[in-house]
Design a protein around this ligand. Structure first.
Ligand SMILES: *Cc1c(COP(=O)(O)O)cnc(C)c1O
Length: 373
């Protein structure tokens, strides 16, 4: 039985029901690689000639497809890529081939030696234990060092660094880095405090240094050193307010219905129609990273017209009020020019990073541009 038949049997309003030619599925995530490259160039332009701009492509390129992202940035001139874990580094090496440097924030973990050695990955050593592991297993293989300057998350403590600095420096580290905890808040005194600690620990060593992610790039030249390593700004997220939008997410409308005043919507009937209401059901939900916290808070868009989510976001479906549209659209956009990643994040009480890295695997990912045909 075709869908038209099913529709009749279930007695849905045929004028308002999903268009028969619409493929089922959970939406299309369009990734504009030209916008990504533009963002990388714009961040690169914020630092001087002595500073190289790398790219952080961990967590599958913040959910957008690490291989495609890394290839587009390499084509634009990026020569160093940062990932969180060795496995991610292996995927980037596979995408880029030999040449670009691939650096691993989590360092040299037990079990990663073969991957690091065979694929020429560069671990940022975070402890004396990691340093010992690296020196013993891969004594001739490149490495960097991460120092904890006040975030208390990853890296050698200042005292630990002091104990091994001489030994490390004799082995020619590629990079000494640290990470800022509050770079998204320029006026936070923690930024200057971490900068001072970083300089105290590393001034005059003659080793390339990196302190800045996206937020640090925007804090100005004192924070740039020889290498910056932005992530979120490349993908169009705050704190890079001037970023070009990289993602668009369109969700197919798979059913519509007309509600009478008083009809309830969704689990637990949390929304009750105050008037005759046209409701569209779109095919995506919290299993696709559209957080349940967006219930009653976020909008979907038909061009510039905002259509509020009604009732609870469920696992695979979201119900949207399209009463004010002239007709039911084939799809509605939840990330688009009218609603940025950060606007959607705000509606869900989270940050753009979490929205991007939650984007589910059921979407069809379409990559545009990036210098590939
Ligand atoms: C994720 C990460 C980055 C990139 O940060 P953004 O805020 O996304 O630019 C840089 N450095 C470290 C250590 C990270 O964990």
């Amino acid at each position: 039985m075709g869908r038209a038949g099913a529709r009749l049997i279930f007695g849905l309003d045929p004028c308002r029901t999903a268009l028969d030619n619409q493929p089922m599925g959970t939406g299309t995530l369009t990734i504009d690689l030209d916008a990504l490259v533009e963002n990388w160039r714009a961040l690169d332009a914020k630092s001087g000639a002595g500073t190289e701009t790398a790219a952080t492509v961990k967590a599958d390129g913040y959910g957008l497809g690490a291989a495609r992202v890394a290839r587009a940035l390499a084509r634009a001139g990026a020569r160093r890529f940062f990932v969180a874990q060795a496995e991610e580094g292996a995927a980037i090496r596979d995408a880029l081939g030999r040449g670009p440097e691939i650096m691993i924030y989590s360092g040299h973990m037990a079990g990663d030696t073969d991957m690091i050695g065979d694929l020429d990955l560069i671990p940022m050593l975070n402890s004396i234990e990691q340093m010992t592991r690296h020196m013993e297993a891969l004594p001739d293989s490149a490495f960097g060092v991460q120092i904890d300057t006040g975030m208390s998350r990853l890296g050698m403590a200042p005292a630990e660094w002091a104990a091994v600095a001489e030994l490390v420096l004799a082995k020619n580290p590629r990079l000494i880095m640290s990470h800022l905890a509050s770079a998204d808040t320029p006026e936070d005194p923690q930024n200057a405090a971490q900068l001072e600690v970083f300089k105290d620990l590393t001034d005059g060593l003659g080793v390339p240094r990196s302190l800045a992610a996206t937020g640090g790039v925007l804090l100005g030249p004192d924070y740039h050193f020889e290498l910056t390593r932005p992530g979120i700004g490349l993908y169009g997220g705050m704190p890079f307010a001037d970023a070009s939008q990289v993602v668009k997410l369109s969700l197919p409308v798979i059913q519509t219905r007309t509600l009478k005043p008083g009809d309830k919507v969704g689990y637990n009937g949390t929304w009750i129609a105050p008037r005759e209401t046209v409701l569209a059901t779109v095919s995506a939900g919290y299993a696709d990273g559209l957080l349940r916290a967006m219930s009653g808070q976020a909008y979907l868009f038909n061009d510039d017209t905002a259509c509020p989510i009604r009732g609870r976001v469920s696992m695979d479906l979201i119900t949207v009020d399209i009463t004010d549209l002239p007709r039911a659209p084939e799809s509605l956009d939840i990330l688009c020019a009218a609603q940025s990643v950060d606007a959607l994040a705000g509606a869900a009480g989270t940050i753009g990073y979490e929205i991007l890295t939650s984007l589910g695997q059921r979407y069809a990912r379409r990559h545009l541009g990036g210098g590939v045909s």
